[in-house]
Design a binder for this molecule. Structure first.
Ligand SMILES: Cc1ncc(C[n+]2csc(CCOP(=O)(O)OP(=O)(O)O)c2C)c(N)n1
Ligand SMILES: [Mg+2]
Length: 297
């Protein structure tokens, strides 16, 4: 679907309480325009629950279920079974969770649902920390980033581990569709959502979702940062359709320093730390090209 063909009707409405500049509501609005009214949503504790799903200000115009932090995959599975029992195959069951609820705490239920190839579209919106509870590190937080649990002081200089690659872990589950997406590439983004909608079985989308509040960035920076994440090579855009992999954007390998300096969460980083992260990008790309490239047509 082209951007100009998206329906006007909003299924995730205005009046929600997301922070200024948050990318997540832009992701949800556009996803819902493609998925349409026959969508059932499962959403655990996360910012999206707080800003869009709090009674009586629920922004969703489709059935919406708040589930526990750990069990989006399991609860969404229950709905797929109910639909089967009712002989309905015209609905999309959408599980939508943050990076904490996906990479860490909800991972067991997610992995189980993927392994069983449940008929679920699971979307991880990746703002790279547990934002809703006040900016704690997650498995998806990048190296060097300040969070309240990875303080930037003399002993620790931000997060000491590298970002967990959740999409590649999901690829190892051999599900029908896995893709990463980014709002700075809207045509690619919409194409992937539509493709996932029209498939059966387990589909996994990981969407880059800047958080100006937690990243200590300007409130108009979400799309700029999204683009820079791809251009630097920090964020790999790829998809796997029944195991056939395609890398969708080749980075320009612009220096990560330009991206880091727009975000206060990286302001404390030393030159040595920046070099470590820059080297990680290089190694990640060598690995991605070898590993994902080998699986491509
Ligand atoms: C078992 C459990 N542990 C902790 C919490 C508290 N909690 C609620 S939301 C949240 C953070 C969510 O982070 P993420 O999934 O990344 O979503 P975001 O808030 O960043 O959008 C935490 C720690 C909880 N609700 N349940
Ligand atoms: Mg998060």
């Amino acid at each position: 679907m082209n951007m100009k063909d998206l329906p006007d009707k909003e299924l995730f409405t205005s009046g929600h309480t997301a922070c200024p500049g948050c990318a997540a509501p832009i992701v949800v609005r556009n996803v819902m325009k493609i998925l349409g009214e026959k969508t059932l949503v499962y959403n655990p504790a996360c910012c999206l629950l707080v800003f869009g799903g709090t009674y009586p200000w629920v922004a969703w115009e489709v059935p919406y279920h708040h589930v526990a932090f750990e069990n989006t995959g399991a609860c969404a599975t229950g709905m797929t079974r109910a639909l089967k029992r009712m002989d309905r195959d015209d609905c999309t069951v959408l599980g939508m969770a943050g990076d904490g609820g996906t990479a860490d705490i909800g991972f067991q239920a997610l992995s189980g649902a993927a392994e069983r190839n449940e008929d679920i579209l699971y979307l991880m919106y990746d703002n790279e920390a547990y934002m809703n509870t006040g900016i704690q590190r997650s498995g998806a937080t990048p190296f060097g980033a300040w969070t309240t649990t990875t303080p930037a002081g003399k002993v620790i200089g931000g997060k000491e581990q590298f970002k967990k690659d959740v999409a590649q872990i999901m690829l190892a589950h051999a599900v029908p569709y896995v893709a990463t997406a980014n709002l700075a590439y809207p045509a690619d983004f919409l194409r992937k959502v539509e493709k996932a909608k029209n498939m059966k079985g387990f589909r996994f989308l990981q969407v880059y979702s800047p958080c100006p509040t937690g990243w200590r960035a300007d409130t108009d920076s979400a799309i700029k940062l999204s683009k820079m994440a791809v251009e630097t090579g920090l964020w790999t855009q790829w998809e796997a359709d029944h195991g056939v992999v395609k890398i969708n954007a080749k980075p320009k390998f612009t220096p990560i320093r330009d991206y880091l300096k727009l975000q206060g969460r990286f302001a404390h980083m030393t030159d040595e730390q920046i070099d470590v992260l820059q080297e990680w990008v290089k190694k990640k790309w060598e690995r991605d090209e070898k590993w994902l490239g080998a699986l491509s047509e």
